[in-house]
Design a binder for this molecule. Structure first.
Ligand SMILES: Nc1nc2c(c(=O)[nH]1)N[C@H]1C(S)=C(S)[C@@H](COP(=O)(O)O)O[C@H]1N2
Ligand SMILES: [Mo]
Length: 531
């Protein structure tokens, strides 16, 4: 082995590696694909609602001029999302090839271009409302993988091409490029395997999340009543009145979040009805929609627990759809089914009650439902625990009877019926917190969905119950904030809260665990008051 042979030197100088263009482009495209797969695969596990590609799709829709959007909708109709994803793929392939060519000529520059594409992904993720550290990390990983792979493959290509011919005189590049080809083929095999794994892990979620990002919710025909100015009591550390989507509790039996493309979604009303009906996504979104704040809660929530959240839901009243199907006399339950087989059994009477506004929800706090919260459509029923009402990824409403059908949790030790029990919680100060002795402000939330809260009281140690200041409720279907100032002497104290619902019934004091129909008992915290 010695100096670079004259043939190679000539290649490098007079025809600077031009004959390797195809190979370098292939390496670049493969690296781009590897990066995208990495991002999507990680997102599938760590951040199902927000993957790098769906973020870019969303950002493109947000920042594209209206005329371009109009054109895409006119030209591709409901295929506009598919067009968007295809366009992003074409751009990525082109940029990948360009990065390969650049890396061949200026080692490091192509890798930098790949990293820059990764940065675009990171920025796109950062502009989305569901942004999280994990979502950003997925996009960063995508950029790193693409940049590292392009650098490694093209270096392999260059060394192979520039290596002196072996002593036996066989053509240098012709022989040694096989090592590069092997590296490329090996990488392609890994990428292909990664693609299969990604497809399995993510299913159709890329299409679904891109569709979600590109979606614009229609305006409600009936808007949510405005939040009263004195609904918030202004105590530090209290739960916000409306829970941001990214902080909303999540409870379901799904190992992998189902991905449902609204384009193929429909909801069938079956069972004891005069006329089985179906509704597609397009039909659903063109109905007069209502928007309401509703606080949903999990029956598994323990006293003082946080499996509860309040959101502004946009949807179509379930009773309108049921009315089209005309439930038969004798039916008393609607078994709602999810794509993943989960079922909930809801009293038909509640779903048909015009004062309840049970809805097929498509929007949560002004955006399409996040994948984790049931995209594209879920049910929301004010006043009922989630396990008997809040079916996510909903696909069927079977009108039936409690006698004939059992829902998922009702066969597993939980009750058939699940009205939400009146409860209250102290959020501030935190349990075990140290405060300065003297006047201390407590704050928290209380809820009795559909009955409303009429009164909240607090007690320190074994003292008297003192009335708390109750914020005006957004509606009786949501939780209420409350605050109270108490006097604490130095030492350890126990503060307790209780609430009374709108009918004048006090919340149950008797301590009961969540099964079979919801925990009861008063919430207490300890406070260390220092001098
Ligand atoms: N498809 C499906 N929907 C479901 C569930 C589920 O396991 N699968 N869990 C229910 C339960 S027990 C609750 S408390 C709520 C929680 O809704 P969230 O995850 O949006 O907060 O969803 C309900 N809907
Ligand atoms: Mo639940």
């Amino acid at each position: 082995m010695g100096a670079i042979g004259p043939r190679q030197a000539e290649l490098a100088q007079s025809h600077p590696l031009r004959h390797l263009n195809w190979w370098a482009s292939a390496a670049g495209v493969l690296s781009a694909v590897a990066g995208v797969l990495t991002g999507e695969l990680l997102a599938g596990v760590a951040s199902p609602s927000l993957s790098p590609v769906s973020a870019v799709a969303g950002a493109v829709v947000d920042f594209a001029p209206p005329a371009a959007k109009e054109w895409a909708i006119q030209t591709f109709g409901t295929g506009d999302k598919a067009f968007l994803v295809t366009a992003i793929a074409v751009v990525l392939v082109a940029l990948g090839a360009a990065a390969g060519l650049l890396e061949l000529r200026r080692p490091g520059f192509g890798a930098a271009l790949a990293a820059l594409i990764g940065v675009v992904g990171v920025v796109a993720v950062a502009t989305r409302s569901l942004v999280s550290a994990l979502a950003v990390a997925c996009a960063i990983a995508a950029g790193i993988v693409a940049a590292a792979m392009i650098h490694w493959l093209v270096r392999r290509l260059r060394t192979d091409a520039l290596e002196p011919p072996p002593a036996d005189g066989a053509a240098g590049w012709g022989l040694s490029r096989r090592r590069f080809v092997r590296a490329l083929a090996g990488s392609a095999a890994v990428v292909a395997l990664g693609a299969v794994v990604t497809a399995v892990v993510r299913g159709t979620s890329l299409a679904a999340s891109a569709a979600r990002e590109a979606l614009r919710l229609p305006s409600p025909a009936s808007s949510a009543p405005p939040i009263p100015p004195d609904a918030a009591v202004g105590v530090d550390g209290i739960t916000p009145l409306v829970t941001p989507n990214r902080d909303f509790y999540r409870i379901d039996t799904a190992l992998v979040v189902p991905s449902v493309d609204p384009g193929g979604w429909k909801l069938d009303v079956t069972g004891l009805v005069d006329e089985p009906v179906s509704i597609t996504w397009q039909e659903l979104v063109s109905q007069p929609l209502i928007e309401r704040h509703v606080t949903i809660a999990c029956v598994s929530n323990t006293v003082g627990g946080n499996l509860i959240g309040n959101a502004r839901w946009l949807g179509w009243p379930v009773r309108e759809l049921l009315a089209r199907a005309r439930p038969r006399a004798g039916a008393d339950m609607v078994l709602s089914r999810s794509v993943d087989g989960f079922t909930a059994g809801t009293p038909l009477e509640i779903l048909m009650d015009p004062s309840v506004d049970a809805m097929l929800a498509i929007g949560m706090n002004g955006e399409p439902l996040p994948a984790e919260h049931g995209f594209p459509v879920r049910m929301i029923v004010p006043g009922l625990y989630g396990f008997v009402s809040a079916t996510k990824w909903i696909t069927e409403l079977k009108v039936t009877t409690f006698a004939a059908d059992k829902a998922y949790w009702s066969t597993r030790g939980w009750s058939d019926h699940g009205p939400i029990k009146t409860a209250s919680r102290i959020d501030a100060p935190r349990d075990g917190a140290r405060v300065t002795a003297g006047t201390v402000t407590l704050g928290g939330v209380a809820w009795a969905q559909h009955r409303g809260i009429s009164r909240v009281e607090v007690k320190v140690d074994n003292g008297d119950w003192l009335p708390a200041r109750l914020g005006t409720g957004i509606s009786r279907d949501t939780w209420y904030q409350w605050s109270a100032t108490v006097q604490l002497s130095p030492g350890r104290h126990v503060a307790t809260v209780r609430a009374m619902d709108g009918t004048g019934a006090l919340q149950a004091e008797q301590v009961a665990p969540p099964p079979p129909d919801g925990a009861t008992g008063y919430h207490s915290i300890t406070i260390e008051a220092g001098a």
